[in-house]
Design a protein around this ligand. Structure first.
Ligand SMILES: Cc1ncc(C[n+]2csc(CCOP(=O)(O)OP(=O)(O)O)c2C)c(N)n1
Ligand code: SF4
Length: 541
């Protein structure tokens, strides 16, 4: 539900809300993505504004859909969290070669400090490796403006552009004054096989064209001065980007600051000009020392943060002060909060109690149910990335002695199964372990961990309207799984235990769908279903 009036001239909104507003003003024709904290609300807000927003099964598919729209000369956005870009990187690394006909912006949200992520990777490495121009907003107004500029760049240079957000910029509220958007584009298809079919004969010249675009883009970055210089003392200069700009201003109000807006390609001449009269220049940035390393690679001497201490976690004003003071001591121990836990009455509790009772070796996956790795359950033995449970479980089955292999079960959420579990089933039937294998989909009928998003298995779209519902049982049968059983682990815990025990004892391939809704989402699910039924009945009349 929107908490502000999108037509106001001044509003206090989050970075994610500012992006959705800017997407509306920029007349984005299609926005796709896959949920992931801290990026999820961008599409939800855009949909509430009446924009065309849709969840894809995963980030790779989302990026491909958005790319197709940009090939058809439309303006498109794809959203994801940082690890989502790993899934979609296969698209990005060649889409920069092919270029686009319309405008395409990849909004990728990093999570320094790992508020809700399995790692702390830095998207800026992907931007450089994929040769993709990149902007880094520092607050909501920046997010609003830079999306527009990102489209201008994308359309002028016919290239996808990354807008790199971070948790603090996504979720903090600051003032936005809308400044107007862009003229609408008119989608049309113009055949251009040499630019769009990346076989070596066409991709080799495309690679050269891309490098030339980056040279031109650097000139554009210098001339358009997407950077901001805050004049101050020549004793201390700070080069920064994103949220760190605000921390740096507060930590060192006397310093001169160069805030970089477009951080790839870097505006080398702007940086040289900034450092030339400064006695000392320090780079302030979260995550990897990416700016510092790339500025040094230009032959410009700058100080970087002390890496072993300041590479991890978000920065704040105190930590920036410590960096500027050249401190190398570890941060004071943070006060430990209450560890996260499954909600009271969560259906995952029943499933994991059974895995524990049966002494299963659980190859796990990502979702609310990952919390079952913590006490009191301690019932998940591994978790690496979305969809990995099935492959890892199969690997264990292939090498462990039979009596141990028969304890192995792969446990995966419903959204995660659709995201990247289906190919695991294909592998399971293709390279069948001697002891067979057992996969359990802990199906709570929603993407709970990121805040109750729909997915193809719920039968509802992003705006909760009805659509085709994926049938896990039919998928399993079609991929060659021997046994498929659906059981409610909450209402029928003993039946679930019996089904699982039997499946583990056979040398066969089994899929168990442990179906019981997320209790936090249940009320909303019932309301959406009721509204859809009523709408269908109205249409029939
Ligand atoms: C590649 C990637 N994309 C997105 C995410 C964010 N994320 C983590 S788990 C998850 C899905 C959780 O849904 P589900 O599997 O249904 O489990 P539930 O939380 O409902 O128990 C998402 C979107 C991620 N960690 N990695
Ligand atoms: S949100 Fe739903 S799935 Fe997640 S812990 Fe709570 S009840 Fe369980």
């Amino acid at each position: 539900m929107l908490s502000f009036d999108p037509n106001a001239s001044r509003m206090l909104i989050s970075g994610n809300e500012a992006l959705a507003l800017s997407m509306l003003h920029c007349k984005v024709q299609l926005a796709t993505g896959y949920p992931g904290t801290p990026s999820t609300e961008i599409l939800e807000n855009f949909s509430e504004f009446g924009g065309k927003a849709q969840w894809a099964p995963n980030e790779k598919v989302a990026a491909e859909v958005a790319l197709g729209a940009a090939f058809a000369a439309a303006r498109s956005v794809v959203t994801m969290k940082h690890v989502g870009l790993n899934v979609a990187s296969d698209v990005l690394y060649t889409a920069t070669y092919s270029g686009v006909s319309g405008g395409m912006v990849w909004i990728v949200a990093d999570d320094p400090g790992q508020a809700s992520s399995q790692n702390e990777q830095d998207t800026r490495n992907h931007a450089k490796a994929a040769v993709c121009p990149m902007f880094e907003p520092s607050d909501s107004q920046d997010a609003y403006e830079m999306l527009k500029t990102a489209f201008e760049v994308s359309e002028k240079f016919q290239i996808p552009v990354i807008l790199r957000m971070t948790t603090r910029v996504c979720h903090s509220k600051s003032i936005v004054r809308p400044t107007g958007g862009l003229e609408a584009l008119t989608p049309k298809f113009v055949r251009d096989i040499a630019s769009r079919v990346m076989v070596p004969g066409y991709s080799k010249p495309a690679a050269r064209r891309l490098r030339k675009k980056m040279e031109d883009l650097e000139v554009w970055n210098v001339q358009n001065h997407e950077s901001l210089v805050v004049e101050g003392s020549n004793d201390l200069g700070i080069i920064t980007s994103g949220i760190c700009f605000h921390h740096a201003r507060e930590a060192a109000p006397e310093a001169s600051i160069l805030k970089l807006g477009m951080t790839y390609p870097l505006p080398a001449d702007v940086i040289r000009d900034f450092v030339k009269d400064k006695k000392r220049v320090v780079v302030i940035e979260e995550n990897d020392p990416w700016l510092a390393e790339n500025i040094r690679a230009l032959g410009i001497s700058v100080e970087a943060k002390y890496d072993p201490v300041f590479r991890f976690g978000e920065l704040d004003v105190n930590r920036v002060k410590r960096i500027l003071a050249g401190e190398k001591t570890p941060d004071p121990e943070a006060v430990k909060g209450k560890p996260p836990a499954l909600c009271q009455g969560c259906p995952h509790q029943s499933s994991f109690a059974v895995f524990k009772e049966l002494d299963c070796i659980v190859a796990g996956d990502i979702g609310c149910y990952t919390l079952a790795a913590l006490p009191p359950y301690s019932a998940m033995d591994m978790m690496i990335d979305m969809g990995a449970s099935i492959g890892m479980g199969l690997g264990l089955r292939h090498v462990l002695p039979p009596e141990e292999a028969r304890r192995v079960v792969s446990v995966i959420g419903d959204s995660t199964f659709v995201h990247s579990g289906i190919t695991g089933l294909v592998e399971m039937a293709y390279n069948r372990p001697a002891t067979g294998h057992v996969v359990v989909i802990v199906d709570n009928s929603i993407t709970a961990m990121t805040g109750q998003q729909e997915h193809p298995g719920t039968g509802r779209k992003l705006d909760h309207s009805p659509t085709y519902k994926l049938d896990y049982t039919e998928i399993a049968k079609a991929t060659g799984i021997d046994n498929v059983v659906e059981v409610n682990p909450v209402r029928d815990r003993e039946a679930f235990k019996t089904v699982l025990r039997e499946a583990l004892s056979k040398n066969e391939l089994s899929l168990i769908v442990a179906k019981s809704p997320c209790i936090l989402a249940l009320k909303s699910i019932l309301a959406w279903e009721k509204a859809n039924k009523e709408a269908a009945a109205k249409q029939e009349k």
